[in-house]
Write a protein that binds this ligand. Structure first.
Ligand SMILES: Cc1ncc(COP(=O)(O)O)c(C=O)c1O
Length: 414
C-alpha cells in the first residue's frame, strides 16, 4: 500500500482550512437565521411541480436533459421581473436578472466582480456575518458605519467617507441590508435612503443592496428599495427565495447593469442553480405567492410579540434595550456597555439557549454587549420560555446588569 498522500505544499495560497460545521441546535434556538420548518410549503411545492410537469412535461424533460442556461431558467427570470415590479416597483428585463444559488452566491459573485484585495468597503456597523466572511475572503477592508433604530445614519456615513478619504482609504462601495436588517432588525426609512443615495452619488460609490428580508414584513409600510429610487445603475439589487420559501432551495437572484452582470457571470462555475428547483419555485410562486405570504405573516408577528413582551418582562430595569422589528427574523438585544455576551454565549448554549453575540457581526469589533435573537424559528411559547431562561442564564453566568437589577426575581413575582 502506498503511504497516505500529503497535500501540504499543494494547497493554493487562497485556500483556508475550514472546518465542516454541523449546526448544533440549543433547546431554545434563537441563533438560527430562518423561519420554522413548519412554515415550509412542501406540499405546495411538490404539487406546483406536478402541475408544471403535467402541463409542459415534454419541454421540461428536454430542458432538463440540457445543461441549464447559465443565468437561470428564463421563465423564472421573467417571474422575478414581475415580482420586482409588483413588490419593489422597479422594472428590469429578464436578461438583466441572474438566478443564483441563494443570495449568498449573488453577493459573492458581485463582490468578486467589484473588489480587489485592499479595497475599503463600508457596511452597517453590525452586519450579516456571511457577507462579512465573503468580503474578507476576497480581501476587502471592512469599515462599519454607525446605526440607530432607523439603520444607517446618513450624516455619519458622509463623515466616515470623508475621514477615510482623507486617510487615503477612499471607500469603494456600500453594502447594506436596508429592510429588516440582519442582525439589528432595523429598516431605513425612505427619506434616509434618498439621502444615502445622494451621498453615494456624490462620492461615486455603488450600493450593493441586499433585500432578502423584504417579503417578511408583517406590520407597517414597506419602504422603497434603493433600486426603486434610483435607475442610474448605481444600485445592484440582491434578493432571495430563502426567506419567503426556504433556504434549502438555494435560490436567489440579483439584477445589475449589464457590464456588472457580465463581470459577475465570469466568476460563476457549475452552470447555475438546479433546473428542478427553478421549475418548482416558478410554478409555486405563480400559483401561491400571495396566499403563502398571508399565511406566514400573522405567525411571524405572534412570534415577534412573544419574544418582545418577554424581554420587557425579564430585562426591564437592567439597562438593556431591544429592537421591535416590523418584519424579518431578528430582535437585537443591547446590554449596557462593558457586558460580554460573547464570553457567555457557549455557556448559555450548553444550558439550553442559543443566540449569536454581536461580535460576530461587528467589523469594528464593538459588538460584545449585543446579541441577535431570532424570533422566527421557535414557537411563540418557546420564545417566551427561552427568553425567560436566557435572563436567568445571564444572571447565572455573571452578566453584571442582570445580577445588579434583580430583574429575574421581580419578573418571577409579577
Ligand atoms: C442579509 C442576508 N443576506 C444573504 C443571506 C444568505 O441567504 P441565502 O443564500 O439563503 O439566500 C442571509 C442569510 O441569512 C442574510 O441574512
Amino acid at each position: 500500500m502506498p503511504k497516505a498522500f500529503s497535500y501540504e505544499g499543494v494547497f493554493s495560497k487562497g485556500s483556508q482550512d475550514t472546518p465542516i460545521r454541523v449546526v448544533q441546535h440549543a433547546k431554545y434556538d434563537f441563533a438560527v437565521a430562518y423561519p420554522a420548518p413548519e412554515t415550509l410549503p412542501l406540499d405546495g411545492l411538490t404539487e406546483a411541480l406536478k402541475i408544471a410537469l403535467d402541463k409542459n412535461g415534454d419541454e421540461i424533460a428536454r430542458n432538463m436533459a440540457y445543461y441549464p442556461q447559465v443565468a437561470g431558467l428564463p421563465e423564472l427570470r421573467e417571474f422575478v421581473c414581475e415580482k420586482l415590479w409588483q413588490d419593489r416597483q422597479f422594472k428590469v428585463k429578464p436578461d438583466q436578472v441572474m438566478m443564483t444559488s441563494g443570495s449568498s452566491e449573488a453577493n459573492s459573485l458581485v463582490i468578486q466582480a467589484i473588489t480587489n484585495p485592499g479595497d475599503v468597503v463600508i457596511t452597517e456597523e453590525f452586519v450579516y456575518a456571511g457577507t462579512l466572511a465573503q468580503l474578507r475572503k476576497f480581501g476587502a477592508v471592512i469599515v462599519g458605519t454607525p446605526l440607530d433604530a432607523d439603520g444607517i445614519i446618513p450624516a455619519a456615513l458622509e463623515d466616515l467617507i470623508k475621514k477615510l478619504t482623507k486617510e487615503g482609504r477612499k471607500p469603494k462601495y456600500l453594502y447594506t441590508i436596508p429592510e429588516h436588517q440582519n442582525p439589528t432588525g432595523s429598516t431605513i426609512p425612505e427619506a434616509r435612503r434618498r439621502e444615502i443615495l445622494d451621498i453615494c452619488h456624490k462620492y461615486g460609490m455603488p450600493i450593493l443592496e441586499d433585500d432578502c428580508y423584504v417579503d417578511l414584513r408583517f406590520e407597517g409600510k414597506v419602504q422603497p428599495a434603493f433600486r426603486t429610487l434610483d435607475d442610474s445603475g448605481i444600485v445592484i439589487h440582491v434578493a432571495s427565495f430563502s426567506k419567503i420559501i426556504a433556504p434549502g432551495l438555494r435560490l436567489g437572484y440579483f439584477t445589475a447593469p449589464d457590464d456588472v452582470l457580465r463581470r459577475a457571470m465570469s466568476f460563476r462555475s457549475g452552470g447555475g442553480p438546479s433546473q428542478f428547483t427553478m421549475y418548482a419555485v416558478d410554478s409555486y410562486m405563480r400559483l401561491n405567492m400571495d396566499k403563502h405570504k398571508s399565511n406566514f405573516k400573522p405567525m411571524l408577528k405572534s412570534k415577534r410579540d412573544a419574544m418582545v413582551s418577554t424581554l420587557e418582562r425579564y430585562f426591564s430595569g437592567t439597562g438593556a434595550t431591544w429592537s421591535k422589528p416590523q418584519g424579518g427574523c431578528y430582535v437585537w438585544l443591547t446590554m449596557p456597555k462593558g457586558t460580554d455576551l460573547t464570553k457567555v454565549q457557549q455557556a448559555c448554549f450548553d444550558d439550553g439557549v442559543g443566540y449569536i453575540a454581536g461580535s460576530s457581526f461587528a467589523p469594528n469589533n464593538n459588538g460584545d454587549h449585543c446579541a441577535r435573537l431570532c424570533f422566527a424559528f421557535e414557537s411563540p411559547e418557546k420564545n417566551r420560555e427561552g427568553v425567560a431562561l436566557l435572563a436567568k442564564l445571564f444572571e447565572k453566568h455573571g452578566v453584571p446588569a442582570m445580577k445588579k437589577s434583580g430583574a429575574t426575581k421581580s419578573a418571577a413575582r409579577s
